[in-house]
Design a protein around this ligand. Sequence first.
Ligand code: SF4
Length: 333
Amino acid sequence: MEFKPQAIYYEKAIENYELGKQLMEKYKDVPKVEIASHNAIEEMRKKENKEFANMKRNLIIGVRKTHKFVENHKVSDYLVPYTSSGCTAACLYCYLVCNYNKCAYLRLFVNREQMLDKIIKTAEKSDKNLTFEIGSNSDLILENTITKNLIWTIDNFKNTKKGKLTFPTKFDMVDDLLILDHKGKIIVRVSVNPEEIINKVEFGTSRLNGRIGAINKLREAGYEIGILIAPVIFVENWKELYGELIKKLEAELSEKVKKDAFFEIIFMTYSYVHTKINEEAFPNAINLYNKEIMTGRGKGKYWYKEEIRKEGEKFFKEELKKYFPSNEILYIV
Ligand code: SF4
């Protein structure tokens, strides 16, 4: 079901952009608050942690001013700030919960022409065939249900001479993408977790069966596919849950997917800020901080201790070798 915002917070300048005008028209009946900057909404900053989920019912619309590309060495060559940041879902570990209530809600940026233009120019200037990660700040499949920005992006990128785009998702609303002529320039990476973890931790995202269906449909439509098993959460029965997940993927993914999809495995990281927000905003949810198996990693951040990470690495390598012998694991971190 499409997201219906309870209020729109917008910068006046969005009215100078085509998408800004479209969104103002689309949400003409939704209450609006004009803001000076999408980066500093005083009213939101003052809200208490327990209002976290309610805050996510708002939509913030602005113009993106920072366009700095950050080098990356995983699937992509650069992480690129793109058309949105934040999300309407509420995964308990979401890394976008960076600074209390500052930036978890969904912000849309309407200057998409400027952002895509910079990507195209960078791609064409390079000797290499660069890949750009456009989804590291939000979930673009979710965003697309509101803005149709993925359709616009693929349409405007497909005929460029060089470069590829990639993004990860936890959503299954991919039908808009299936009919597009993407010319093999898009790598979609779908993130999966055992259904029990999705239920208890990834609030507001698509179910596992939906995500598996989305992978099969996207591959059938010719998209290059990555499967992220992420983030791996070492709950008590993790071996059983992740073992079953891998078997389910083997049983339900299409032969086309199994032929050439690659895997990325990412172990969960967590933080003091997450702990505080989650205990007040979701008092009945499971506590993801486990001091027995987690340790500090920089100020206020936690990750799993080396022994468990090593055990996890061995487990995923062995299980994937058994069930997906011809699929590459790009990395386990
Ligand atoms: S779907 Fe992604 S962006 Fe949205 S809350 Fe979950 S982890 Fe964060």
